[in-house]
Structures are given as structure tokens and as C-alpha cells.
Design a protein around this ligand. Structure first.
Ligand SMILES: Nc1ncnc2c1ncn2[C@@H]1O[C@H](COP(=O)(O)OP(=O)(O)O)[C@@H](O)[C@H]1O
Ligand SMILES: Cc1cn([C@H]2C[C@H](O)[C@@H](COP(=O)(O)OP(=O)(O)O)O2)c(=O)[nH]c1=O
Length: 201
């Protein structure tokens, strides 16, 4: 029985996570693996509803409130989709995971990364990715790629996003046993190749 593998792609808005996830899934399928792709927040019915509150609403809330709602969505994702898929020996690729909460909700608010790691690990039932791949590039360049209305976090502006970028680099080692930083400021196929090289057959 093949053991499952849990991979998370993370990074600031617009770095290319959604674009790269499809290419990485194909890479694993070409290796004969079954793959489940999920996105955090979202994918489950509960997560999709919570995503609406978190991203599209004009609600204001305390950063800890925001963090706990992201964690509630993740709890549902872990228990109803990720754990079962891993138990079946699949590769699970998640577009973001707890690292995102630690960096986005600790900037500018009064919630510490350490508290978010503690709360977040409980909420995820202590499941961490086996590998976390951080796509990194300057916020001004990644935000320039986004051609849709800003969500609640993007609306906080480029300085906020650049602080999030720096927090990603600082907190990455806490996210998984194995981590990697990939320069996302290259053409799509070059970035895809760099990511594939992390997962040889
Ligand atoms: N390497 C790249 N170079 C230029 N544009 C890219 C690259 N990767 C993705 N894009 C484009 O940038 C936008 C954001 O990509 P997306 O994959 O949605 O990023 P994320 O999921 O990290 O927010 C999309 O329009 C996508 O086509
Ligand atoms: C998972 C997660 C995402 N976010 C933010 C990042 C994004 O701005 C927004 C939605 O995530 P996502 O749809 O992944 O944005 P993008 O595809 O543009 O990267 O929510 C948090 O603030 N905390 C979290 O825990």
C-alpha cells in the first residue's frame, strides 16, 4: 500500500499557486500516483461558506476572530478530505495551509505567530504537510498579476503584502519537516520545472 504524501504550496497573493498546483498534480499522476487537490480556505461545503465571510464580505473583525474562522475551515478540510485521501495512499496538494494563517493574521494585528501555530495545530488535529513549497517574489510584482477585484486581505495594500511575504520566509521552517523556497518571478514553465525537481520519481 503506497503511503500518502501531503504537499502544501504557499505564498502571497498572485505568486502562482493555483497555476502551479495543476502542473504539480500532473507530475505526480505521470508518476502513477492518485492526486487530490484542495484549497484552503474552501473545497468543503462548510469551507466554501466560511470563505465567503472571510474574503468577500465587508465585515470587519479582530485578527484572532479571522484566524479562528480560517482554522475552522481547515479543520473541516483536514477531517473530511485530507486525512481520508492520505489514508488511501493519495498525494494531497493543498493551495495554502496553516502557514498562511500564521503569516497573514499575525501582521498588523495583535496576535502572535506562536499563538497562531499553537491554535492552528490544534485546529488541524496536528496534521502538518510533509512538504511545504513557498513561492516567493516581491509583493508589488505579484499584486500586478492580479486582474480581479481585491479580496479583504489584498485590499490592505502592497506594504501589508510585502510584510506578509517577509513573514512567510521567516515562519517557513515551522511549517513542515521539509520546506523549499522557489523563485516565483520567472516564467510559468521554469517555476513548474523548479517545483518538479523537488519531487523526483
Ligand atoms: N510565472 C508566472 N508569470 C506570469 N504570470 C503568472 C505566472 N504564474 C501565474 N501567473 C498569472 O498570475 C495570476 C495569478 O496566478 P495564480 O496562480 O492565481 O496565483 P495565486 O493562486 O498564487 O494567487 C494569474 O493571472 C496567472 O495566470
Ligand atoms: C488560508 C489563508 C488565506 N488567507 C488569505 C490569503 C488571500 O488573500 C485570501 C484567499 O486566499 P486565496 O484564494 O488563496 O488567495 P490567492 O489565490 O489570491 O493567493 O485569504 C489568510 O489571510 N489566512 C489564511 O489562513
Amino acid at each position: 500500500m503506497t503511503t500518502g504524501m501531503f504537499v502544501s504550496l504557499d505564498g502571497i497573493d498572485g505568486v502562482g499557486k493555483s497555476t502551479q498546483i495543476n502542473r504539480l498534480a500532473e507530475h505526480f499522476r505521470n508518476q502513477g500516483r492518485e492526486v487530490l487537490c484542495v484549497r484552503d480556505p474552501g473545497t468543503t461545503a462548510v469551507g466554501a461558506r466560511l470563505r465567503e465571510i472571510l474574503l468577500s464580505s465587508d465585515l470587519t473583525m479582530h485578527r484572532r476572530t479571522e484566524a479562528i474562522i480560517f482554522m475552522a475551515s481547515r479543520s473541516e478540510l483536514v477531517e473530511t478530505l485530507i486525512r481520508p485521501a492520505l489514508a488511501e495512499g493519495k498525494v494531497v496538494i493543498s493551495d495554502r495551509f496553516l502557514l498562511s494563517t500564521v503569516v497573514y493574521q499575525s501582521i498588523g494585528g495583535d496576535v502572535s505567530p506562536d499563538l497562531l501555530w499553537q491554535l492552528g495545530r490544534m485546529a488541524s488535529g496536528n496534521l502538518s504537510p510533509d512538504v511545504t513549497v513557498l513561492l516567493d517574489m516581491p509583493a508589488l510584482d505579484s499584486m500586478a498579476r492580479i486582474d480581479r477585484p481585491a479580496d479583504r486581505m489584498e485590499a490592505r495594500g502592497p506594504e501589508y503584502m510585502e510584510s506578509v511575504r517577509k513573514a512567510f520566509l521567516k515562519q517557513l521552517p515551522e511549517a513542515s519537516e521539509t520546506t523549499a523556497v522557489v523563485d516565483a518571478n520567472q516564467d510559468i514553465e521554469t517555476v513548474a520545472k523548479r517545483i518538479r525537481e523537488l519531487f523526483p520519481a
